[in-house]
Design a protein around this ligand. Structure first.
Ligand SMILES: [Ca+2]
Length: 198
């Protein structure tokens, strides 16, 4: 009887050890899963430095924007923000209200998946980009806010997700106040939903 009680006791201890270890493993797995980054599904989320994600075909069309450039410098007009060159930039005359936009063309619309942004190099950089608003329109008069830019870092590309499903013909980057619309490069990305009439 004494031996049986001892065996039962030992087995209970083994069971106790087993469940304790199992619980600890479970807690550990849960902690790791919580710590791992999850893919954001919100339209406002910014992804920092996805250089590879910005190296893809951007939406094309006619670039439009605010004029004139600071001191009428032909090297810093609005089109320099969409010329594919991160060393050239837009420098608007006025600190507020400047914009750069893209007209996809007649009978052409696209839903915006994301934008990539590169701040003006070595000068005010990210502080003149964060706070900008990306907007879409189909008449170039009434614009709808799509995403507010945040998380842009100087000296590198930043991709900001839009995940917008509404097709628009016009997209524009509305610069934050005090920025003089300083930005080196913008790329609009999306799926063209209505191809040009042939
Ligand atoms: Ca440029």
């Amino acid at each position: 009887m004494f031996m049986q009680a001892s065996v039962i006791k030992n087995r209970l201890i083994e069971y106790y050890k087993f469940f304790t270890i199992a619980i600890l493993i479970g807690v550990g797995v849960l902690a790791i899963s919580v710590m791992l980054p999850t893919k954001s599904t919100t339209a406002q989320a910014a992804t920092t430095n996805p250089v590879a994600n910005c190296d893809k075909a951007k939406l094309t069309g006619t670039v439009f924007g605010s004029t004139p450039s600071y001191q009428n410098d032909p090297n810093t007009t609005f089109d320099k923000a969409y010329d594919g060159d991160i060393t050239t930039y837009f420098d608007y005359l006025n600190p507020n209200g400047g914009l750069v936009g893209l007209d996809l063309g007649v009978n052409t619309k696209a839903s915006l998946s994301s934008v990539c942004l590169f701040p003006r190099p070595a000068y005010y950089n990210d502080t003149r980009v964060n706070g900008a608003i990306i907007q879409g329109s189909n008449d170039n008069l009434s614009y709808t806010n799509i995403v507010t830019i945040s998380g842009v870092v100087q000296g590198q590309w930043t991709e900001v997700n839009a995940n917008n499903t509404t097709p628009y013909r016009y997209y524009r980057y509305l610069s934050p106040d005090g920025s003089y619309s300083n930005i080196a490069e913008i790329k609009f990305f999306g799926s063209v939903s209505i191809p040009p009439a042939s």
